[in-house]
Design a binder for this molecule. Sequence first.
Ligand SMILES: NC(=O)c1ccc[n+]([C@@H]2O[C@H](COP(=O)([O-])OP(=O)(O)OC[C@H]3O[C@@H](n4cnc5c(N)ncnc54)[C@H](O)[C@@H]3O)[C@@H](O)[C@H]2O)c1
Length: 436
Amino acid sequence: MRISVVGLGYVGAVCSACFANEGHEVIGMDIDAVKVDLINQGKAPIVEKDLEDYISRNVKARRLRATTDLKEAIDNSDITIISVGTPSKPNGDIDLKYIKEAAKAIGEKLKEKDAFHIVSMRSTVLPGTGKNVVIPIIEEISGKKAGVDFGYVSNPEFLREGTAIWDFYNPPKTVVGATDERSYKTFRELYSFLKAPYFEVEIEVAEMIKYADNSWHATKVTFANEIGMICKKLGIDSHKVMDVFCADTKLNISTYYLKPGFAFGGSCLPKDVRAITYKAKSLDENTPLLNSLMPSNEYQIKRVYNEFIKPLKSRKIAVLGLSFKPNTDDLRESPVLELTELLIGKGYKVSIYDPNVLKAKEDGANKALLENELWHINERLSNNLDKVIQENDIILIGNGSKEFQNIPQKYTDKYIIDLMRVTNQPSKNNYIGIAW
Ligand SMILES: NC(=O)c1ccc[n+]([C@@H]2O[C@H](COP(=O)([O-])OP(=O)(O)OC[C@H]3O[C@@H](n4cnc5c(N)ncnc54)[C@H](O)[C@@H]3O)[C@@H](O)[C@H]2O)c1
């Protein structure tokens, strides 16, 4: 394929050299003439393992060259990869000045080109940047339509400096979001040499994945550091702790606990987070990430009330599933119980359906708790799911019990607030998913 790469920094230089190495005809373009000259001399514009070798071999083989002339780059390619910088503004926002300049320049050159051209965003940009910033600029200046006259692709970069070439050939995944099938197909071919998992998604999903990744990586580093700080104060070898922690691929290094939903609860997580953060404090150690967990969790509960329940006109609500997960009657630190109490306190007419809690009450276990401490819950418990739903306007699905799964489809005349995503659908009409 004929590829141009706009921006020859860490990302652009590496992907130019590697795509050329895969037999493609690559023209790198940068406004920095020094980088352009270096590449044309077969030298690396940045320090990166093996890069100079890749550049010099491919420049010699005439598969790679560089220019400061964007028209030359666009005219001699069918795909343009944007890899300019996206630094932070002083307020933390992403600075899109290089992206906008590149998009304007590309729009001008595309105006003069008849053939279908694909513009691919390799730089990290916030969700919405493609559809709301880059595509409109190119469309306005070129007079062409995205998805019809030119394709737009979001294809985030996952390489790490220092191992960038190895990462190019062994990425954790390849993610492609595009405006049109032709662009999806071209990228499928472009990446056909890779064995990595390949995901075709919407443009905004592709953009967001990069931020989910990097926020997660930052969270992992910070988490490990805070555990290390506590361990050091306690005279414990933190690497031994984390080696065993990482060996648990069921609950720790796994997909478990990684689906957006409602607050955590139960008899262990809140209690143990409180205990370890108290311990850190008593050791005069500062653990801001761990300290943030309980306030963030409490915010989840208030958020569901303020954002989703409060704006609805009705004050009649059915709570389905009170315990923190299905198949248990354990009400200890159930966030749904906390939300229910908040609603009762605010004067809502609340009905509750939870067969496990009801059964525990009838069988004796939890009887005393419900009668003496949770009497305000006890008097609202019902064993008739249909009646509880019919009598109320808002249905709050509190856990992922199987019998709640068809409720969003069945009761379209009710407001359904789903804390669990019991049905695989985004928010629509009266169905409100709390994070989807
Ligand atoms: N560096 C990494 O490890 C890495 C990894 C993944 C993603 N990213 C993302 O990739 C993007 C690029 O990062 P980088 O580290 O390669 O940046 P960089 O600053 O090293 O390189 C950017 C290049 O773009 C050039 N440029 C700026 N405006 C231009 C224009 N209008 N036309 C042509 N060239 C122009 C600059 O001269 C510079 O050479 C960023 O969004 C970054 O977040 C970087």
